[in-house]
Design a protein around this ligand. Sequence first.
Ligand SMILES: Nc1ncnc2c1ncn2[C@@H]1O[C@H](COP(=O)(O)OP(=O)(O)OP(=O)(O)O)[C@@H](O)[C@H]1O
Length: 610
Amino acid sequence: MADTDSSLVDDRRATQPEGGEAIHRPKAKSLKPLALLLPYVARHWVTVTVALIFLVAAAAVSLAIPLLLGSAADAGSAAQGNAEELLSLVDRAFLWVALAAILSGVLGAVRFYFVSRFGERIAADLRKDLYAHLLKLSPRYHSQMRSGEAVSRLTADITLIETFLGSSASLATRTLLTTIGALTMMLVVNWKLGLTLLAMLPIAVLPVMAIGRVIRTMSNRAQSRLADAGAEAAEALDAIELVQAYNREQSRLGAFTEAVEATFEAAMRRIGARSIMIVLVSVLLFGGFVGVLWLGARAVATGEMSFGDLASMVLYALYAGSGFGMLAEVYGEVMRAAGAADRAAEVLNAEPEITAPEHPVALPATVTGALEFDDVTFRYGDETVSALEHFSLSVKPGEFVALVGPSGAGKTTVFRLALRLFDVQSGRIVLDGVSAMQADPRDWRQQFAYAPQESALFTGTAAQNIGFGTDNPDEALLENAARMAEAFEFLAEKDGLATDLGQKGRSLSGGQRQRVALARALVRDAPVLLLDEATSALDSESEAAVRRAISNAAEGRTTLVIAHRLSTVRRADRIIVMEHGRIVEEGNHDQLVAKGGLYARLAELQFAEG
Ligand SMILES: Nc1ncnc2c1ncn2[C@@H]1O[C@H](COP(=O)(O)OP(=O)(O)OP(=O)(O)O)[C@@H](O)[C@H]1O
């Protein structure tokens, strides 16, 4: 019984959006997207079947309770005046009621266990699949997705689906069963009174549903303002150093306060509507209740109905009334879950752009590192201007090549294409005779070690960061890489390889981060090293350390460096000067300076000795 009578008396579910559901995600227009969940549901059919059996059993038992109570109440008239018999009849009848109530509780608990477990299991499976797929999708896909959206799909959307499967779906089925059951039982107990009540039902239900809709709209509005406030806070806190350095605390607080106050206003409007709802529900509930009692009492008075039947009728009316209220609530949650499933499906159905060909060509067992760009032209997405235009470059095994050029010349793009993070529109990239398009991307990328300029480090220890590119990093390997990258000494001053680098490696200096990133690249021991040198100026000691680290790293492998330092371009076997996606000059430092072209101008302005 506890299942069905909670919604109108206690408005727990209805008020849930205030606290429990701090998620604002658009709803779907139909239930179709929920089909995504079918294969997952099918995978756990045993749990589903057990949950369904207990769901139906619990509903049936709870529906029997009013009937049993009614017969308990009528026990008096059945005994026909014999006091002792009367007492034992009453005792027996109430014992049945008590047993049914206990059974209903036990069945309800078992149902709750299986249904919740089912919801949690599917949410976990779905989250894993979604994340695995997100990791496979190309950078192009991710750059088109709004920042934070992928994470919301993993967290907020799956939480909505979890609530749907682990609670709303079962609540909806259960409520539907008990409501239909209660209405049927009312007709069975007394069809006349039952029909009268059924006819009056829309008068009670429709206004409640209408106000419910208003409340949901208001609550969505409040949630979206809250999301604005959250985004504002996240952005400001992420750039806390900048905010404080520019004394912008007050102005950022202002933006947050505005969003919070707007949330408050929206919440107040919703609370107002909700107050009206409470009045309406109370009036309708008690009105209906009194109405049933009144009509029932008249029927009892005229002998059309027993007192016990009246008691059953009143309880069934309560079931039905609360059932309708609950269904209106659950409807919103179901549509929201459908919206979430739609967004999850959008990710799951996106095809990864970079895939292995049907019959990939294997790279040689020992790759020498001969890398060639053969007339490569590449455009990002819908851009009209090519980032690389007829770009041809042949790098010999072991050669050290520096790429230089003004900002936006296409240097980083060369790296991205070499790593096959994007596919070229025309031309080929060839490593040791195998073209990138013919190889399995995993096999291809295994041949490269990459150290990006923004040395992206992960929260964790130095060992975890340096060992990022390998599955089983052993200590000696990591230490060796750290030594070659000139990272060992400063780490030794802290906790060695166990040093905690802080969130995203923020507890290191710029030069130190760069050297840890270089150590990470060296652990891979790949034939080609792609290194994007940091632009930030380092003190001469760090500069020297980084220079030695790069020299060590380049030893014995093909190295391409996007160079920003004179020491690096001087060390290079060849300098490639790029502008507007093309190679405009090439040679060594002295030759290019003597030429007096773009490089000479860049060298004068850009390459400062550290
Ligand atoms: N993800 C992207 N989507 C669209 N255009 C891009 C993208 N990344 C780069 N571009 C464009 O491609 C061109 C080449 O960019 P690239 O990053 O390769 O230049 P770069 O030489 O590395 O510049 P910098 O020295 O400033 O890092 C630029 O015009 C840039 O605006």
